[in-house]
Design a protein around this ligand. Structure first.
Ligand SMILES: Nc1ncnc2c1ncn2[C@@H]1O[C@H](COP(=O)(O)OP(=O)(O)OP(=O)(O)O)[C@@H](O)[C@H]1O
Ligand SMILES: [Mg+2]
Length: 294
């Protein structure tokens, strides 16, 4: 689904001493089927921005369009009712997974947790259960998990179950707000690879908020930098992204993979090119090691 922000402003605690204007005239197009990374320093407005995509927050001014859904502030009672009805439908299409999504779990078994949202949105029990099995398989957990309590799983497993729960609703947009925070390194990589696999298989639109520049480099098709509540920079070009994080003061760090390759090159190791993902980089290194044996 294509998402359009048009002249969106948003203020927390309006007309109080704590008034805080967080989004300032945001114009942004998030393309259908893109893997869009939203980056920027802490407090820049990323979470506030993405919470507009499924109407958790309503623009103070301007509109957010998610394909045919229009989210805008209403004042008349009748219009508010209509908007609320539309938001229920919208949330079936736009799923958000927050930091520590395991806290979104609450049922007594993994199966019940996964099907909860889907049943609420009118899927039959039979269909939802079939879907739960498929999804569990997709995230790499076997069927023995279905009857386990979600609370006796590891952090990484819990997040996979939470992910299954939102995917069971068959959303078209998946929004991830720092969804790997708190996981160990291996679980992070696994979770991200899984998201990428789902992105490719299910033709989803992914909106991905992160502080990890290696993930941006490896997975994002579109990159958006938020600074002080405005869209400071947008690109699809990884090279531009690397230039801008080096040259400009966005408080962003150079990806570790880039630093490492630069370190190698500065020490006389000649790579075929600068790689943007670990697999390509490793292939290059393997070729190099192979050559040295000949
Ligand atoms: N519920 C809220 N009530 C009042 N102010 C808020 C609320 N949520 C966020 N803010 C303020 O809005 C600004 C932007 O916050 P937001 O959470 O959107 O930033 P962020 O870019 O997601 O930051 P982080 O990277 O730390 O998650 C901050 O100044 C924050 O203090
Ligand atoms: Mg945030």
């Amino acid at each position: 689904m294509q998402i359009d922000f048009e002249k969106v402003n948003f203020t927390y605690n309006k007309k109080t001493p704590y008034e805080n204007k967080v989004l300032k005239n945001i114009n942004l197009k998030i393309e259908k089927n893109s893997f869009t990374a939203i980056i920027g320093k802490t407090g820049s407005g990323k979470s506030t921005l993405i919470e507009h995509i499924n109407g958790l927050l309503i623009p103070e001014e301007g509109i957010v369009k998610v394909e045919n859904f229009i989210i805008e502030r209403k004042t008349k009672r009748k219009d508010i009712k209509e908007l609320e009805k539309n938001l229920i439908e919208l949330r079936k299409n736009v799923a958000i997974l927050f930091q520590f999504s395991e806290q979104q779990l609450f049922e007594t078994t993994v199966l019940k947790d996964i099907i909860y949202g889907a049943l609420n949105y009118g899927f039959t029990l039979e269909y939802a259960e079939k879907k739960a099995r498929e999804l569990l398989n997709l995230v790499g957990l076997d069927e023995s998990y279905l009857n386990r309590s979600p609370f006796e799983l590891s952090g990484g497993e819990m997040r996979k179950v939470a992910l299954c729960g939102v995917l069971a609703m068959e959303p078209k947009v998946l929004v991830l707000d720092e969804a790997t925070v708190g996981l160990d390194f291996k679980s992070k990589v696994e979770f991200l690879n899984l998201i990428n696999k789902i992105y490719k298989e299910k033709e989803l639109t992914i909106v991905f908020v992160t502080h990890n520049m290696d993930y941006v480099l490896e997975y994002a098709t579109n990159i958006v930098i938020v600074k002080n509540g405005v869209i400071a920079f947008e690109t699809k070009n990884k090279q531009k992204f690397l230039e801008i994080i080096k040259n400009e003061n966005y408080n962003l760090v150079v990806p570790e993979l880039i630093k490492f390759q630069e370190l190698l090159e500065n020490n006389g190791v000649k790579l075929s090119k600068i790689h943007y993902n670990y697999n390509d980089f490793l292939e290059d290194i393997k070729l190099m090691i192979g050559d040295s044996y000949e």
